[in-house]
Design a protein around this ligand. Sequence first.
Ligand code: PLP
Length: 370
Amino acid sequence: MKIPLIKPYINKEIKDKVLEVLDSGYLTEGPVTREFEARLKDFLKVKNCIAVTSATTGLEVALRALNIGPGDEVIVPDYTYPASASVIAIVGAKAVIVDVDKENMAINFDEIEKNITTNTKAIMPVSLFGFPLNYDKLNEIKKKHGLYIVEDAACTIGAEYKGEKIGNHADITVFSLHPRKFITTGEGGIITTNNDDWAKWMDSYKHFGMNMDGAGREGVQFKMIGTNYKLSNILSAVGLGQLEHIDALLARRIELANNYKRIISSVEGITLPQIIDKKPNCQHSFQTYAVYVEDRDRVMQEMRAKGIEVQIGSYSLHMHDAFKNSPLVEIKGNMGNSKWCYDHALALPLYNDLTFEQQEHIIKELKACL
Ligand SMILES: Cc1ncc(COP(=O)(O)O)c(C=O)c1O
């Protein structure tokens, strides 16, 4: 493709950091991962930050930390990546899938309240594409019904709500470090929580269930059955290298997003979801710049034929066999809005090196397709 959808930010410093780790021989999770977590903690201004192998494993660990399992229900939106609902079934609980709002692609609050039962233990809202949710409203529902909020913030690192970074508004928040995300380690995830007990449990669980008091190998006690979701020093070095530039990378994304908005404003036939608009004191981190267009599939094929890599937005889970056929999934309603978002959303190229000229070219070609 002449213009790819994404291009991870990798420079010489980052390559050198990785080589340093390779030369050190300390390849598993270790001090580089600790430093990566500490630096992220500072950036997000959260009490606890735990690196894991992906957002998917992070969400699983989060649900387990809250003791969510068989007999419990978790409410999750239909318009999202499959991992959001899969992890609920993976821990043995039931994923109750509800519709989203068309305007902002986020979980619909009435649908949440309508589907709360005595078995509901948590809500898993998804802050899709980098857009912060209405956490005041979510926390009101949480308090009213005595639920947990586990936020799937896979796409949302760097975003802010009321001046505070995402990672602080849910009981537990999980970010992805996949290469389509704002900063990446290739594969990886980050869990944040301001609850020290949960953090301690999650850190131990992903380290085979061992006590993490630093007593040395002979002093290790395996306190519970755990697993291995450690993020290696090698991948953490990539993340650490990227963190050095996180403010500049974020600023550039916002600049490019604003420029898309400016160019698109004079083009008929392209609708911007409300998520593209900046709300007071909220900052979208623009993991994805998605617009709505009619006849999306044809437009997507034609854009690709022109050498411009565009992509669908996200998935409508109710359309997939995995969710239609599982006894651990309940699909509530006809998912009209989710299907509409699925049919209309088109993700445009967005990465640090993208130029304003390329953006003009992308929108000119998109206009021609429309
Ligand atoms: C909303 C959402 N949740 C979860 C995931 C899974 O993230 P990971 O690939 O880090 O497991 C993704 C990945 O794109 C996502 O977009």
